[in-house]
Design a protein around this ligand. Structure first.
Ligand code: GSH
Length: 287
């Protein structure tokens, strides 16, 4: 382990260690993550790159993983803030950069993805040499980074975790997330229907996949978005994706809560609509 960063220390490699292959050399990339849509972006991409470049998997793409408990707020520990000043997962330290003492920290999921493809996807297997295709990929990456992630993230917060339930907030974020999903659906329709950019599975797909696979958590039924649903199934079946979403723990199967989840979110939306209607009536009565 070359990194001098000590919080939390990357665990030693072992048979069950994510990212481990039997002939992997000492880890060059250290990943701090949790089993979340943003975390999966990096672990899935690392696994895809390792499959695409088996020689590099033993060398510069060897990695180890430190699990961050976001419920215990470990991501706000002063030592972790030295890696990511924003105190969120995912973050990496890349020890392949020898000019920086202690390794080179990269944070923000999309920034990490772009760093990884720029450095390690020399044949553009998951990225694009063509500037027009690259710009289209960046469109989808920024769209997801500024839209799907924050909006769906707030749906999860207000619908699932908030100790006080605010119907209008649940309605607002749930409906906006669905609108963003329809943009993805239309994007697939406008292309060949298979991938977001060109005719190739790429970082543009990986970047938003983690969010779409947890649609149920936001009360969204993917059956309403048939192309997106088929796209998510196609991605989920990839061996590298299966390994990537098992970092740092085996993923949860949310399929059994789908009906209940959609019913619950709809009840909150109905409640918000009724409250809005009541406010409108009161305004009209006092006008
Ligand atoms: N824009 C950031 C968002 C990262 C983010 O929000 N990560 C969440 C987990 S998905 C987190 O660390 N949450 C803990 C916190 O907010 O303190 C990125 O894409 O890396």
């Amino acid at each position: 382990m070359a990194s001098t960063t000590t919080f939390p220390p990357p665990p030693p490699l072992g048979e069950s260690q994510a990212g481990h292959v039997p002939d992997q050399g000492p880890a060059k990339i250290h990943l701090w993550t949790a089993g979340t849509p943003n975390g999966y972006k990096v672990s899935v991409l690392l696994e895809e790159l390792r499959d695409a470049y088996p020689e590099a998997a033993k060398n510069e793409l060897s990695y180890d993983v430190s699990k961050i408990s976001i419920w215990e707020n470990q991501q706000k520990h002063p030592d972790f803030l030295k890696i990511n000043p924003n105190g969120r997962i995912p973050a990496i330290i890349d020890d392949n950069v020898t000019s920086v003492k202690g390794g080179f920290p990269v944070w923000e999921s999309a920034s990490i993805e772009l760093w990884l493809v720029e450095q390690y996807d020399k044949e553009n297997k998951l990225w694009f040499a063509d500037p027009l295709l690259r710009a289209q990929a960046l469109n989808w990456i920024f769209f997801a980074h500024g839209g799907v992630g924050p909006m769906q993230g707030q749906t999860h917060v207000f619908f699932r975790y908030a100790p006080i339930k605010i119907p209008f907030a649940i309605k607002r974020y749930h409906e906006e997330t669905k609108r963003l999903y329809s943009v993805l659906e239309d994007g697939l329709k406008a292309g060949a229907g298979k991938w977001l950019v060109g005719d190739k599975y790429s970082v543009a797909d990986i970047n938003v996949f983690g969010w779409v696979r947890s649609a149920v958590w936001a009360g969204i039924d993917l059956a309403d978005f048939p192309l997106l649903s088929a796209w998510a199934d196609r991605i989920e079946k990839r061996p590298a994706v299966q390994r990537g979403i098992s970092v740092p723990d085996a993923p949860k199967d949310l399929s059994s809560i789908k009906d209940e989840s959609v019913k619950d979110v709809n009840a909150w939306v109905d409640k918000a609509n009724a409250e809005l209607e009541e406010i409108k009536k009161q305004k009209e009565a006092t006008a």
